[in-house]
Design a binder for this molecule. Structure first.
Ligand SMILES: *Cc1c(COP(=O)(O)O)cnc(C)c1O
Length: 366
């Protein structure tokens, strides 16, 4: 049996006709930039998140950049982020000439450890960006308490967490601004790059709308200098179709992940949920990772490591002067985590197969 980490083709084939005709409609209308599909997507995605406004943009990194601008982040400011995240979170901070300040993560949930945030707050700190990694919500109660006490803004990085909930509220509603990525493999994925900024604040929504489209108020009037950060009509059209199925796909991810939990609990450390986890990735902690990965590969099972190098050890951040040992939990996790195949079209038979191969590996070993 061959089981990929994700199967985007299977997802497309499950709704091929609808997608094909949505694409054809955009081509027929030839309204490729800021067409009606974009307006529809902004409305539909906001509805999905139960937020007031969503502003579609070209990708999740643009979304973070605009969110930081809207939060007023400027040169010299410090922005607190988890050390275990994709580099886009910290890149966006650098785009504003601000400094990313890393915080170690929790060993069980893999997310930013609220208790370690306090040590990193200085008079330059302006914002915390909790990242709901792999689709697991961060401990927002603790993080919001700190933000309130120190008068810091929250920007949620929800790139991996479409439909995840904390205390029954969808993530994306806890920050002043929140950001999503619709990179193809994400929980909601376009056929190329796409993203969105979500907010419940009308003034911020208006500002983001201007910023994404050259500060345009009318066709030829520019109120401010902005960016060309627009989402394409074609991507919006595809996402509008996919949004109809998103809830169902997330429920499938959760059922499959819980099946893994039951089958694997005696062999690996399974993920701890801080709320409704939407399982963008199913990440476990394992012994002897490299050999297990090789064994699974030989048996047709593709796996991944997200992420093998924490941000403070990335060559790109040498200038921040961190050393090995500075973030011990993230460093430990980087050596133990393994992402197993998980996507809505996966069958229980496939979950059984992957689980059996993992059991086999550890039994052979003992
Ligand atoms: C994917 C991702 C982003 C960036 O999104 P792009 O659409 O690829 O620009 C940002 N943050 C996290 C945590 C991500 O996983």
């Amino acid at each position: 049996m061959k089981i990929p980490l994700v199967d985007l083709k299977a997802n497309y084939l499950s709704i091929k006709q609808e997608i094909d005709s949505a694409i054809q409609r955009v081509i027929d209308n030839s309204s490729f930039i800021m067409g009606k599909e974009v307006e529809d997507f902004d409305k539909k995605f906001a509805d999905f998140i139960n937020a007031k406004y969503s502003i579609g943009v070209g990708n999740g990194t643009f979304a973070l950049h605009l969110a930081l601008i809207a939060a007023g982040i400027k040169e010299g400011d410090e922005v607190i982020i988890p050390v275990n995240t994709f580099i886009a979170t910290s890149e966006a901070v650098s785009y504003c000439n601000a400094t990313p300040v890393f915080v170690d993560v929790e060993e069980d949930s893999y997310n930013i450890n609220p208790r370690l945030i306090l040590d990193k707050i200085t008079e330059k700190t302006k914002t915390i960006i909790p990242v709901h990694l792999y689709g697991n919500p961060c401990k927002m109660k603790e993080i919001l308490e700190i933000a309130q006490e120190y008068d810091l803004k929250i920007i949620e990085d929800c790139a991996q967490a479409h439909g995840a909930e904390y205390n029954k509220i969808k993530v994306g509603n806890f920050g002043e601004v929140s950001t999503f990525s619709m990179f193809p493999a994400k929980v909601l994925g376009a056929f190329g790059d796409a993203g969105s900024v979500v907010t419940n604040n009308e003034e911020i929504a208006e500002k983001i709308r201007l910023l994404r489209n050259h500060g345009r108020h009318t066709k030829y009037e520019h109120l401010i200098e902005g960016y060309n950060y627009r989402i394409h009509s074609l991507q919006a059209a595809i996402l509008n179709v996919k949004l109809k199925y998103l809830k169902e796909w997330i429920e499938k991810r959760i059922i499959l992940a819980h099946k893994y939990n039951v089958l694997l609990k005696d062999y690996v450390i399974t993920p701890k949920e801080n709320g409704k986890h939407c399982y963008y990735m199913y990440v476990v902690r394992v012994k002897d990772r490299e050999r297990l990965q090789e064994y699974l590969k030989q048996n047709g099972v593709e796996t991944g490591v997200h992420y093998p190098i924490p941000l403070h050890l990335q060559p790109a951040y040498k200038n921040l002067g961190h050393n090995k040992g500075d973030f011990p939990v993230a460093e430990k996790l980087a050596n133990e985590i393994l992402s197993l195949p998980l996507y809505p079209e996966m069958t229980e038979e496939q979950i059984n197969y992957v689980s059996n191969k993992i059991k086999e590996f550890y039994k052979l070993d003992s």
